[in-house]
Ligand binder design. Structure first.
Ligand SMILES: C=CC1=C(C)c2cc3[nH]c(cc4nc(cc5[nH]c(cc1n2)c(C)c5CCC(=O)O)C(CCC(=O)O)=C4C)c(C)c3C=C
Ligand SMILES: [Fe+2]
Ligand SMILES: [Fe+2]
Length: 379
């Protein structure tokens, strides 16, 4: 017990102290848990120039958020009142900790923290808790498998700013897992979810099912400045398709893009239009696969299930189904543990704060910087 008050305890096994030796910060966008959290969530999102640069941003963001809040509350009400991202991330974190403690005694005990960009627990909350817990070694692990300056970049820039503010002496040594869209474990987990759902079609229908991999779209302005996300999503799709082919599954497939916001041009084809267009070509069995996010959220539960589900029915798609999100899939948790284990083995702890900035642009304002030729940072 007395060891609990020590800042550093390297004798965790012998003394029974529960202080974690390795902290893992799961970074994600987060989501409102109830109606009261919708406005603050949207406000933070529209105030973030890394996701959406707006002139006079600080002044305009509250106004856009206020106008959008009633519509988004309605959408969250349709899926049970709030976003399940936090609950799923907590569950994934608990399972990951358990697995890592078993598989990686050299870096145990592990402790997972959640750091969300737009909803509680925010990055700054996570960082303060980690410092209060006496953490000295941490891995920032993005929960977006494919890198975009608008998502992982934004989270990293926020972490970098908060470290400067809250931990200027760098008591915590950080390293970074910034992309993992083609990790074999992730690919297997996606393929398994697809096989599970394909098995629910009749034997005659199964080969006729078209698989629609659906990812959150990006504004063309972000695509055109060289964001690597579209290519990384396509790489995940190709890897999953190859994995399915190895198991004798050779269905037709397309990559489509959902969740456009506002009037600007976004990357297409749009999921809803593709569903309709393919229905007109006679594809009555369509299996939707969310490929750029690892747990359920408004875009799977509301957009894919409700909104596009209704549109598909009207278009005559009688066999419209969605693959379950990865959520607490054991294959997915195995993949997460594998990624962290491998990272810890290969990456000595590094304290350089620049590692926490968006490696696409090394700037804390991604949106102003070109990101062509973004390098794959070491994992
Ligand atoms: C890989 C995932 C995501 C990318 C890329 C992404 C880019 C992106 N998003 C917006 C604007 C909004 N996104 C909103 C919600 C939202 N976005 C993602 C994921 C990605 N976004 C998720 C999982 C969610 C839902 C969160 C939940 O349900 O808990 C919203 C809020 C909802 C709404 O108002 O429609 C906005 C706004 C932009 C502009 C962008 C790329 C630049
Ligand atoms: Fe989004
Ligand atoms: Fe960036």
């Amino acid at each position: 017990m007395p060891y609990r008050i020590l800042t550093h305890c390297y004798y965790v096994r012998a003394c029974g102290c529960r202080r974690s030796k390795t902290a893992i910060l799961l970074m994600n966008l987060g989501g409102p848990r109830d109606a009261d959290e919708v406005y603050p969530f949207l406000h933070r999102l529209f105030a973030d120039p890394d996701i959406i640069p707006i002139p006079w941003q600080k002044r305009i963001a509250p106004w856009i958020a206020r106008r959008r809040t009633p519509k988004i509350i309605e959408q969250y009400n349709a899926i049970g009142g709030g976003s399940p991202i936090r609950a799923w991330t907590e569950r994934q974190g608990a399972l990951l900790t358990e697995l890592l403690d078993k598989q990686s005694p050299a870096t145990a005990p592990h402790k997972v923290y959640l750091g969300f960009r737009y909803a509680a627990p925010l990055t700054e909350d996570a960082l303060s808790t980690m410092l209060a817990d006496g953490v000295t070694r941490a891995v920032a692990f993005t929960q977006y498998p494919q890198y975009s300056c608008s998502t992982t970049g934004s989270s990293l820039n926020e972490l970098w700013r908060r470290v400067e503010e809250i931990d200027p002496k760098q008591r915590i040594q950080w390293s970074l897992i910034d992309r993992w869209g083609n990790h074999p474990g992730l690919v297997k987990a996606f393929a398994h979810r697809i096989k599970e759902k394909l098995a629910t079609y009749s034997a005659e229908e199964r080969d006729q099912v078209i698989i629609l991999f659906s990812a959150h779209s990006l504004p063309m302005s972000v695509v055109n400045r060289g964001d690597t996300y579209p290519g990384e999503v396509a790489a995940t799709v190709n890897a999953v398709v190859a994995e399915l082919a190895r198991e004798g599954i050779n269905n037709a497939y397309r990559l489509v893009w959902q969740s456009q916001v506002g009037p600007a041009a976004w990357l297409g084809p749009q999921t809803s239009e593709a569903i309709d267009g393919l229905a007109k070509q006679g594809y009555k069995n369509q299996l939707l696969v969310p490929i750029a996010f690892t747990s359920d959220h408004i875009e799977t539960l509301f957009e894919l299930d409700h909104e596009y589900g209704e549109e598909a029915k009207e278009a005559g798609v009688t066999g419209y189904k969605r693959a379950e999100s990865l959520n607490d899939s054991p294959l997915f948790i195995d993949a997460m543990a594998d990624i962290v284990k491998e990272h810890l083995r290969a990456t000595p702890s590094v304290s350089k704060q620049w590692m926490l900035r968006c490696p696409g642009c090394k700037s804390d304002t991604c949106s102003k910087t070109r990101t062509f030729f973004q390098r794959q940072s070491p994992q």
